[in-house]
Ligand binder design. Sequence first.
Ligand code: FES
Length: 168
Amino acid sequence: MSQAAVQAAQDWTLEQIQQEIDAHRHRPGAMLPILHAIQDRFGYVPEAAVPLIAESMRQTRAEVHGIISFYHHFRTRPTGSHVVHVCRAEACQAVGARQLEAHIKERLGIDFHQTSADNEITLEPVYCLGNCACGPSVRVDDDVHGRVDADTFDRLVEQLTTTAVEVK
Ligand code: FES
């Protein structure tokens, strides 16, 4: 996600959240489409969305919280400037994804679902990026990279940091 997108992700109003709820509330199984729509628009599901969703869907806040926390896809805080997804599915694990994952966590100093101290990178797991023949696979923002090892990952991170500095 670009810096501009992150900035946008932190801009929301209750009216905008309600718009997303109203756009999807009449669909069958509307809860997940609503949560996806809110996260797609704002980058995460703000806490303030929970009571609005609960009231609109006639569920309790605890039920809404339960759904958000059940699906790891949903974030409740803004991301860093970039989001790195590391594939944890079988084909990538067979070609070294576990070692790569350990390197990435150490390099960034964070675990999954966390954001680096400089607010540059949020780390997320993913279970297949459709790039199984070229694992280990990593997605950096919208770009999927194959055959990633520790060195190539470090170079990707350096590029992200360099790009961020140039933008400023
Ligand atoms: S298993 Fe990693 S991309 Fe499919």
